[in-house]
Structure formats: structure tokens, C-alpha cells
Design a protein around this ligand. Structure first.
Ligand code: PLP
Length: 469
């Protein structure tokens, strides 16, 4: 039985028009190809229990891949990702926007594995980056995608701007007047025009964790939308700046489409005002932020969510004929990933039972950082009654837990557990705290399992310091 499944309806795909961006043509045709490939039986998660042929034990699989076999081969802790699900999710966005010029710019920050960037680029995705390092990743994995990159972030340095101008990216999402001034001067120096969008702050409230809410005036992100018209007009006279778009991003893990629509209505109003000022905006960037269901209720239907989201945006845009950029991160990769860990000890302290695993908050910080919920399941369930336990890691912090007072099937030392929905903001936020090497990563694509990042060694960790001894 799939874990948290919801059927995705299969839909017929009409021919898509081409979207012209920066002199390159992105045809909807390759998008349609991936779509028909994907829309048959997608579920919220790509993991399901099956009976292992050899042992007749029920065990967790991703497609044809036994998680127990992967753990044996690559060790634990181990991140595993389903490439098939990532592509299905990308296709959902592309399908929802067929008939409208659009580009899905995957938010690299969610999971920046080179192999995942390459995979997404191969299906026509662009990228949203927030640092020179992320640009370097895109250029390494998919140099042909440079012209599909948008650069967000409140603290771009002159060096990063130069690097992005050199790569001839699609657009800079500018977050302050000072940054626009710097962009103009770097562009002039290089004698290269810079396409920019002001990232406006629409002052829209979106229900999510306060640490990942970004669309209110009190947040550090973007430019107050009331100032944007003046700034666009002032930039008009600068020959090194091209007002390419308007961008907005109101936060992450937002479950309702409504705030996205509200923010886009404000952006659309600004675009119309700019048109009256003689500034022809070519694109609007709706940012990322569409949330998943970490509890994977059976009613969670990823395809319906994306359709609802796309409808909210396109309704808000009305008759504006612009290229719509989207920057989804979590929705594309979160549910495709799991963190596999082995149980080291089961220990009883008074009334509490602690399941101590070999993975810790340095490998997945979301529960400690945002009190995030992750479902945790035994890979090969044992019989017996479920009990209430804390599932914790070996790191010397009380905050090093994955679940508190959680009812799970019995586990014993040596058993494997899978922490689900760990594909986004997992590996990218790992650290070497407690001098722990980072996990390995494996990408599953159809019958293939590829090690896309080897486990770190102590030489990797100590290397940068050895010269000082
Ligand atoms: N775009 C920008 C500017 C962001 O800051 C983020 C993340 O916060 C994203 C896109 C991706 O958000 P999500 O992973 O929630 O889709």
C-alpha cells in the first residue's frame, strides 16, 4: 500500500505554445512529453510496503528498490530520492500552465544536488538561485540552463552580481534600491545590460511557520510595493538596466492558494500602472511556497493542489499577457525524499522510551529548527503493538529529536527507520556539528539507483584545517 497516497488524475495534453525568453525558445512540447510519462498514477509519496521475494517479509520500497537493500549497499544515514516523482511534480506545474507562456524555475535552495539540477534542467526547468554558489551548481550541472536562471536574495555581493552577469542569467530579482544601484554600476562596468525584476513585498499574510513567512512589511525581504513604481520609473533612464519583470515571494509551506492570488493581484495592479508609465514588463515571478501535507492525508492530491494554485495566479493576472515564472522548491522534491537511519538503542528513562538512531539534527534540522513534523516508519515492520516513543539522534543537544511522544510500531536495535518527506530543506541544511560526516545520497530513477553524493570521510572534514597544524 502506498504511504499517504492520492491518485493524480490523468489528463490529456493539448499542444502547448512556445514561450520566448531572452531570445531562446522553450517549447511546451518537451514539457508535454514528461507530463504524459508522469500523470498515470502519481501519489503523495513514492514509498510503499511490499513483500520481499526472498524473505517474504513486508518491507518498504521505492518503485522496485528495497530500502533495506539500499541501506545495506550504501550504509546509513542515507538520503534517497525518487527522480520519477520529482519529474512528475515538475510536470504538474507545466501541465497546469499549458496555454500560457511560463517557466518553472526550481528553487535550488530546497535541494541543490547536482544530479537533481541536471534532471530538472533536462525537462526544461529553469532555476531560482540565492547565491553565487548556487549559480556555480547550476552552471556545473546544466550549463545550458544559464539563461533560465533568476537570482533572488537580499544580500547579493558585487562578486556574485558579476558572476551572474557573466553567465547572462535571465533576471535579477532585486530586493533593495541599494542593490539596484550596485547592479547598474556592475552592469555598466561590464558593458552588459542587466534584466531585473523588483521583488516586491505585497504585505500579504500567509499562514505558515513565522521563520518561513516573508511577505509582510516587517520582513527583511523585498521592496515595499508602494515604493516599486517610483523605483521602476527612476531606473528607466539607466541604459544598463532593463525592467524585465516584477517578482514576489510570500513564504514557504503555504497550504492555501488564496494568499498567492492576493499577492498576484497586487503585482498585476503594479504591472498595469507601469504600463501606463511606458514601462513594458515582460514577466511576473510568483515565487515559490506551495506547501505539501507532511501528514500525507489521503485527501492530499498534489495535482489538484497545483491546479488550484495555478488558477489563483492566472485569475489574478487576468488579461495580462506576460510570461509567468514560478519558483517551487519544496513541492517538487520534499515528498520524493526520505532519510534512512538505523536504530542504535532503545532506552527507557522513567516513563519515557527513546529510540536512538544513527542520524541526528545535523543531518535533518527541520524538527529542531521549525518544530517540523516528519512521519517516521519502520522499514521492515515487526508484529506487536505500537508504543509511544521519542525518536532522537546521537547529537549532544536536547533539541536533537525527530519526533516526540510518537506512536510507532515496535523497533529494535539494528532495525531501519525511514524519515519521510525529507527531500526538501534536508541535505541542504546539514552540518558537521559534533564532527559528524554528512550522509550519502542516492537517486532512484526507474530501475537505476545512482550514488549522487558519497558519504563524507574524516579527511573531508579535517582537510581544510590540517594545513594549520
Ligand atoms: N523563491 C524564493 C525567493 C524563496 O525564498 C524560496 C524559499 O523560501 C523559494 C522560492 C522556494 O520556496 P518553497 O520551497 O516553499 O517552494
Amino acid at each position: 500500500m502506498p504511504i499517504g497516497s492520492a491518485q493524480v488524475r490523468s489528463q490529456s495534453v493539448p499542444d502547448a505554445p512556445s514561450a520566448r525568453l531572452k531570445g531562446r525558445t522553450y517549447s511546451g512540447i518537451s514539457q508535454a512529453k514528461s507530463l504524459s510519462k508522469s500523470s498515470s498514477n502519481s501519489s503523495a509519496r513514492p514509498f510503499a510496503y511490499r513483500e520481499a521475494k526472498a524473505t517474504k517479509n513486508t518491507s518498504l520500497y521505492c518503485g522496485k528498490h528495497s530500502l533495506a537493500a539500499l541501506a545495506k549497499r550504501y550504509g546509513t544515514p542515507l538520503y534517497i530520492y525518487s527522480a520519477d516523482q520529482i519529474l512528475e511534480r515538475l510536470a504538474l506545474f507545466q501541465e497546469a500552465l499549458i496555454g500560457r507562456s511560463h517557466l518553472v524555475c526550481y528553487a535550488v535552495k530546497a535541494n541543490s544536488a547536482l544530479a537533481i539540477l541536471k534532471l530538472l534542467a533536462s525537462e526544461g526547468a529553469g532555476f531560482d538561485i540565492v547565491s553565487g554558489g548556487e549559480l556555480q551548481r547550476v552552471l556545473t550541472a546544466a550549463p545550458e540552463a544559464a539563461g533560465r536562471v533568476v537570482f533572488s536574495g537580499v544580500g547579493k555581493t558585487a562578486e556574485e552580481i558579476d558572476q551572474a552577469l557573466g553567465a547572462d542569467i535571465l533576471a535579477f530579482n532585486v530586493e533593495s534600491e541599494a542593490e539596484l544601484t550596485l547592479l547598474a554600476s556592475r552592469a555598466a562596468k561590464r558593458k552588459r545590460k542587466a534584466r531585473f525584476a523588483l521583488r516586491v513585498n505585497p504585505d500579504v499574510f500567509a499562514e505558515t511557520h513565522p521563520y518561513i513567512s516573508t511577505g509582510l512589511r516587517e520582513h527583511k525581504f523585498g521592496i515595499d510595493i508602494r515604493q516599486a513604481r517610483r523605483i521602476y520609473n527612476e531606473a528607466k533612464g539607466n541604459r544598463w538596466l532593463t525592467a524585465y519583470g516584477v517578482s514576489v515571494h510570500i513564504g514557504s509551506q503555504i497550504r492555501s492558494a488564496e494568499p498567492f492570488g492576493a499577492a498576484m493581484e497586487r503585482v498585476a495592479k503594479l504591472v498595469r500602472e507601469l504600463a501606463r508609465d511606458g514601462i513594458a514588463i515582460q514577466s511576473v515571478d510568483a515565487g515559490g511556497g506551495l506547501g505539501i501535507d507532511y501528514h500525507a492525508a489521503p485527501s492530499f492530491d498534489p495535482a489538484a493542489k497545483v491546479q488550484e494554485y495555478a488558477a489563483a495566479l492566472t485569475t489574478a493576472l487576468g488579461d495580462l499577457n506576460l510570461t509567468l515564472l514560478l519558483e517551487p522548491g519544496r513541492f517538487l522534491v520534499a515528498q520524493a525524499g526520505a532519510l534512512l537511519a538505523r536504530v542504535l538503542y532503545v532506552k527507557h528513562n522513567g516513563k519515557k522510551t527513546f529510540v536512538v538512531t544513527d542520524t541526528g539534527m545535523n543531518d535533518l534540522i527541520r524538527p529542531a529548527l521549525y518544530q517540523a513534523y516528519h512521519e517516521i516508519v519502520p522499514v521492515t515492520p515487526r508484529g506487536g503493538r505500537a508504543t509511544v516513543v521519542d525518536i532522537v539522534g546521537p547529537v549532544c543537544e536536547t533539541g536533537d529529536f525527530f519526533a516526540r511522544d510518537r506512536k510507532i510500531k515496535p523497533v529494535e536495535p539494528g532495525d531501519l527507520v525511514a524519515i519521510l518527506d525529507a527531500g526538501a530543506y534536508g541535505m541542504v541544511q546539514t552540518s558537521n556539528y559534533n564532527t559528524r560526516p554528512r550522509p550519502a545520497e542516492v537517486l532512484l530513477h526507474g530501475p537505476d539507483a545512482t550514488l549522487i553524493r558519497r558519504r563524507e570521510t574524516m579527511a573531508d572534514l579535517l582537510g581544510p584545517e590540517l594545513a594549520a597544524l
